[in-house]
Design a protein around this ligand. Structure first.
Ligand code: GUN
Ligand code: ZN
Length: 436
């Protein structure tokens, strides 16, 4: 197998940008080259002529000029069995779950259905330039099997978990503390570390787990301390009230997860919108990650994620960004960051486009502690890439005529871009989008 030299405008972040003029925070090569070896790893990066000079003679060249080459987008919170839930008309979270989401997830007991949706799931993510996602499967082991089997077929870095839930849902969607424990263990044994797959311990949220099941998740977390843990936290006021009623001994919603040892630097907490200062302190002290799901929070009407109050405090909380399909309304991380921007506008705290593109790539990789593998174009990283065209529609092309800087171009991509702006998506050096 020969090496590949991918040519185009390279953009990769070194750290979180502090302002629109913080050009030290990223690498930008106007005529850049990325050398990828047979294993899909980046072995040289920089000025095209320099990389070309050091490349083997038989290198295969792919020219993406004038388009941008970035690390593939990372989505840190999605629900694989909710592809047919998107665009469901509900007044609030609990109605949305009970009316549409839970009945739909019951269908994933059938492995044929789970396999069919898994194919669509990966197709859709690749179409939108997302190369890694952290997903909830359904309660059924069949859904996790379908999810990971498809990840392996496509050689994608994926995190997923069989949901654990043993109350407050239809019978077809319940396990028991023992079943949840045993089947999660079986999923770990079967899939964790295979290909690029990672298993997450996944209690859905405190409303759908009994204290006995929470103890079972604690046992798993102790036995497998390196695994991710994912759940939902403080998304909606009514949810918070009911949750605290179910766990009266806890100080607040966050304290429920703390009591069961579920917080830590591999814990991803979806939504985390309505937190007290005490809860933010606990998240900060434990290194837990609050996952911002802008399109979902707006679509379900849950609230405005307090990004700056979480990150700009004495004890900052780590954050990540995500689509939350199917509460979210778009698979696109560009659309997601457009909504995040609008939320920040309403809150009176700007979100600059460099920061947005950092968040979708390196920022989310850092939240997963995976930044040496994904989320950058650094040497040794896997070449999961997205190729972007900021003139992909007639309206964008027209606007591009008046754009002269990189931040302006990124802002246009974020404001008007979607899957049409994704020219190609690479997984470990292999072009995937145009083979769909
Ligand atoms: N809380 C518990 N389950 C879910 C879910 O599937 N989606 C959202 N948005 N919130 C949840
Ligand atoms: Zn969710």
């Amino acid at each position: 197998m020969t090496d590949t030299l991918i040519r185009g405008r390279l953009l990769s972040f070194k750290r979180a940008p502090q302002s629109l003029t913080d050009s030290d925070s990223y690498l930008y090569e106007h005529d850049g080259g990325l050398l990828v070896n047979a294993d899909g790893k980046i072995t040289a990066v920089g000025d095209y002529a320099r990389v070309k000079a050091a490349a083997p003679e038989d290198v295969v060249e792919i020219d993406h000029r004038p388009h941008l080459i970035l690390p593939g987008f990372i989505d840190t919170h999605v629900h694989f069995p909710q592809m047919q839930v998107i665009a469901s008309y509900a007044a609030n979270l609990l109605e949305w779950l009970n009316t549409y989401t839970f009945p739909e997830e019951c269908r994933f007991v059938e492995s044929e259905h789970a396999t069919r949706i898994a194919t669509h799931f990966y197709d859709e993510f690749l179409r939108h330039g997302t190369t890694t996602a952290v997903a909830y499967c359904s309660v059924h082991k069949t859904s996790a099997d379908a999810f990971f089997a498809e990840a392996i077929k496509r050689n994608m870095c994926m995190v997923g978990g069989k949901v654990m839930m043993d109350r407050n849902a239809p019978q077809g969607l319940l396990d028991t503390p023992e079943m949840g424990y045993d089947e999660t263990r079986a999923v770990i044994e079967q899939w964790h570390g295979k290909g690029r797959c990672h298993v997450a311990i996944t209690p859905r949220f405190a409303i759908t787990s009994t204290p006995e099941q929470m103890s079972a998740t604690q046992a798993l977390a102790q036995e497998f301390p390196d695994l991710f843990i994912q759940t939902h936290l403080s998304e909606n006021r009514e949810e918070i009230r009911y949750t605290c009623e179910l766990y009266p001994e806890a100080k607040d919603y966050t304290d429920i997860y703390a009591r069961y040892g579920l917080l830590g630097n591999k814990t991803l907490l979806g939504h985390a919108i309505h937190l007290s200062e005490r809860e933010m302190d606990v998240l900060s002290e434990t290194g837990s990650i609050a996952v911002h799901c802008p399109t979902s929070n707006l679509f379900i009407g849950s609230g405005l994620f307090p990004l700056r109050p979480l990150t700009r405090r004495e004890k900052p909380v780590r954050i990540a960004v995500a689509t939350d399909i199917g509460g979210g309304s778009s698979y696109s991380m560009l659309r997601t960051m457009d909504e995040a921007y609008k939320i920040q506008q309403i809150l009176g705290e700007r979100l600059n486009p460099l920061e947005s593109f950092y968040m979708m790539t390196r920022g989310n990789a850092e939240a997963l502690s995976m930044e040496t593998d994904i989320g950058t174009l650094d040497l040794g990283s896997v070449s999961d890439l997205v190729i972007l065209d900021a003139a992909s529609t007639p309206a964008m092309k027209l606007r591009m005529e008046t754009i002269s800087t990189l931040p302006e171009e990124l802002f246009l991509l974020q404001t008007m871009g979607d899957d049409r702006a994704v020219v190609e998506t690479y997984v470990a050096g292999k072009a995937m989008k145009n083979t769909l």
